[in-house]
Design a protein around this ligand. Structure first.
Ligand code: AQP
Length: 329
């Protein structure tokens, strides 16, 4: 039997090349080696306010995009988190074994709560729900970007604590990062992770940006005062551009060094924009074809949910029995 993979993405903002290189590209790549479950985590999205109409639309669009990047419904399950109530049920059980101090230490919690006037409890509980997402399916491998490593580690801690209190129940998951592109930085602010929630026209390249906009954004990317690429003195902006190029092209380190050493920034940016445009063009074409098919996305989501709901329910049942909760015999 193949080991299981689980990963999720929030239907917030527009998926960008950071999401693609950090996680989604890996999802498509490893789906044939594992039994894969990919999830649009709408319950995570509502930890911050979302316009209801927009959220419904973004769920559909994100599902279309995941199919366009190559998630193959014949090999992978593609589901929406809120379609499977077991995620919330298990999250509550895990909440009850998770010390608040563990959650307050999370970097993302600290960053997101600092940016809010009033902090919803959901922001603190976010990693527990993520632990439930992963543990529900006995996932062995979790392909994510670098920013989620801490949450997968916490998932392991929660699973360990549950197992030691109530007996062996959960499989220990492992993080799978891409070798290049695990943390793509903002084009305008290369010290900060490229993020969907940052509003700024020069920050992120969306997977649906047209070629001219991609070129414009990359040409405006922040670099440094050097005129050309110097591998002994790489500023964060230039390093980020080189990472983006390498992650798309899959060139080796040696080839990247040889090709770009001494290249002027204008030419570097042109070549980075070219590689992005070439990679996104077929994805965008497939995306529009998929969205033109009236019921295709809905069918994939429904069939996947039907297929994996029994797995999720069986885990909830197991956890309930372990904890001594009521289960009809
Ligand atoms: N900049 C990034 N570089 C590499 N990987 C990234 N991921 C996100 N940003 C980068 C990875 O993409 C997957 C899905 O992300 P998500 O939408 O669930 O979570 P996120 O980290 O909250 O994404 P954003 O874009 O930063 O959104 P906001 O602004 O809402 O916080 C994850 O595997 C993530 O690691």
């Amino acid at each position: 039997m193949k080991a299981r993979v689980f990963s999720g993405i929030q239907p917030t903002g527009s998926p960008h090349i950071g999401n693609y290189l950090g996680a989604l590209k890996n999802w498509a790549k490893i789906q044939y080696d594992y039994e894969s479950i990919y999830c649009i985590v709408d319950l995570h999205a509502i930890t911050l306010y979302q316009d209801p109409k927009e959220l419904r639309q973004k769920i559909q669009e994100l599902a279309g995009m995941l199919l366009a990047i190559g998630i193959d419904p014949a090999h992978s399950s593609l589901v929406v988190q809120s379609a499977i109530p077991a995620h919330v049920e298990l999250a509550w059980m895990l909440t009850c074994v998770t010390p608040v101090g563990w959650l307050e230490r999370m970097t993302q919690y600290k960053a997101k709560s600092a940016a809010q006037e009033t902090i919803g409890d959901g922001i603190l509980q976010y990693p527990v729900l993520m632990a439930a997402d992963i543990l529900l399916y006995d996932a062995k491998v979790v392909p994510v970007g670098d920013d989620q490593t801490q949450h997968v580690e916490l998932t392991r801690d929660i699973a360990q604590r549950f197992n030691s209190l109530y007996g062996e129940t959960f499989v220990m998951p492992e993080t799978r990062l891409p070798s290049v592109g695990a943390r793509i930085m903002g084009l305008d602010e290369p010290e900060k992770k490229m993020s969907k929630s940052v509003i700024g026209s020069g920050h992120a390249v969306s997977l649906l940006d047209p070629p001219d906009l991609i070129r414009k954004k990359v040409l405006r990317a922040t670099t440094d005062s050097n005129p050309a690429v110097d591998f002994d003195r790489l500023g964060p902006g230039v390093a980020n551009l080189l990472t983006i190029f390498q992650a798309f092209s899959e060139w080796s380190d040696a080839r990247v060094r040889q090709h770009f050493a001494g290249m002027r920034y204008g030419e570097l940016k042109k070549q980075v924009a070219d590689v992005i445009v070439a990679a996104l063009e077929p994805i965008q074409k497939r995306y529009h074809e998929i969205m033109d098919e009236a019921t295709y996305v809905a069918r994939v989501l429904e069939e996947s949910a039907r297929r994996i709901t029994p797995i999720a329910n069986a885990t909830v049942e197991k956890a309930k029995r372990a904890m001594g909760l009521y289960t009809p015999d």
